[in-house]
Design a protein around this ligand. Structure first.
Ligand code: GLA
Length: 392
């Protein structure tokens, strides 16, 4: 059974009827540009073939009910008029509903705040995006739900507006202080392209990556170390970036260039400076990666990926031993480049590998994990895939 079938079956079990439609949105992987999004900087993610499906049907009693195949708990049901009493979730607190339900309910709430309104709905969700792997399973839920309600409620919002709705749900309903990269990648993905996004203006340009044409593959190395961004390290990194920008007297670290780093080092403590240096150099690496892809193709970006990982490991300090082992063992086995991807503290790394070497690199990574006593990683290749859409 596919995830689309699972969503349909769950909907039928829930309501005894067929859904009015099925919408889906993908997870994403980020090629380069980490923690730059909430600093108004640049990112280069692409949507992956793994998707979350929402089977949705209208109901006429003004209530919204959500169910999911990946949550053991019962469906959650509230009146649409009550959403404003559940959200926003105060900073640092858990949502008033189960966290999985806060994503789709938060999207409905954020759409209401944007002026959208409509009938009650039943929503059944199923997904094949690995959860907790740093592949944006949450943006996929948000994108599928936002697309469905946008159509059913005739809200007429464009993809960028729907990405903002998803981000608002994540920030204010779930309480995770994330940027907008994941939602934009999930909404705007196209086969064979990465999305070069300016997170200040939300200008998005599709960049052909030509990975398959160059005889290459992107290998995802899911460490299966679970991470969460609502708490802890992610929030601390964000605060350090805000501190650094304030010391530099600029609205965000987007406004600090590599040439400014010597002055930054004089003005701030060592930890804040290293956080700043990661963001400033990472923004430059995204720009360099786009130029390199255009001029020389995917086989030439390996060094930029490796430098990005080193910066996250040493300056931003968001890697973990499993991620470092994945990157190092992939490179030692011949990968052209490798880096952790996503928010860090667990999740996945990517490796850029010649197609003929995928097996050898995978075997080497698996062996390195076993030798270190880590749980076996989950390894698979991905190609850039389509963004959110209506499937049925
Ligand atoms: C998570 C967040 C994104 C982004 C990345 C790090 O995926 O959801 O907004 O900050 O981490 O690049």
């Amino acid at each position: 059974m596919t995830a689309q079938d699972d969503a349909t079956t769950l909907f039928e079990q829930l309501t005894g009827q067929s859904p009015d439609g099925i919408w889906s949105a993908p997870g994403r992987v980020n090629l380069i540009g980490e923690h730059t999004d909430y600093n108004d900087g640049f990112v280069l993610p692409f949507a992956i073939p793994h998707r979350t499906y929402a089977a949705v049907g209208m109901r006429d009693d003004g209530r919204i009910r959500v169910a999911s195949t990946f949550a053991d708990d019962a469906p959650v049901e509230v009146a649409l008029s009550e959403l404003a009493t559940l959200f926003p979730t105060p900073t640092g607190e858990a949502p008033a509903v189960a966290e999985w339900a806060a994503y789709p309910l938060g999207v409905a709430w954020a759409l209401q705040l944007a002026g959208a309104a409509g009938q009650g709905v039943d929503i059944a969700i199923a997904s094949d995006v690995p959860v907790g792997a740093g592949l944006s399973s949450s943006a996929a839920i948000e994108g599928a739900t936002a697309s469905a309600l946008n159509d059913l409620w005739d809200a007429g919002l464009d993809r960028t507006a729907l990405a903002r709705i998803g981000r608002r749900a994540e920030n204010e309903a779930v309480g995770a202080p994330t940027g907008i990269m994941d939602q934009m990648a999930s909404m705007l993905g196209e086969p064979d392209a990465a999305i070069f996004l300016d997170c200040r203006t939300l200008d998005a340009n599709l960049i052909p990556v030509g990975i398959a044409e160059a005889g290459l593959a992107i290998l995802i190395m899911d460490t299966r170390v679970q991470h969460a961004h609502a708490t802890g390290g992610y929030r601390e990194r964000r605060e350090a970036c805000e501190r650094g920008a304030a010391i530099m007297g600029v609205p965000s670290l987007r406004d600090v260039s590599v040439d400014d780093l010597a002055r930054a080092e004089e003005l701030m403590d060592d930890v804040t400076f290293r956080r700043v240096r990661h963001i400033v150099t990472e923004n430059q690496r995204v720009l360099d990666t786009v130029t390199t892809l255009r001029e020389s193709g995917a086989s030439a970006i390996g060094d930029l990926l490796v430098a990005s990982h080193a910066s996250m490991r040493d300056d931003f300090e968001i890697s973990v031993p499993e991620l470092d082992t994945a990157v190092e063992s992939a490179l030692a086995a011949g990968a052209i480049g490798a880096r952790m991807t996503g928010g860090g503290f667990g999740g996945a790394a990517i490796a850029l590998v010649e197609q003929g070497a995928v097996h050898a690199v995978s075997d080497a990574v698996t062996a390195a994990f076993a030798a270190s006593g880590f749980a076996s990683p989950h390894l698979f290749t991905v190609t850039p895939a389509a963004g959110a859409r209506r499937d049925a």
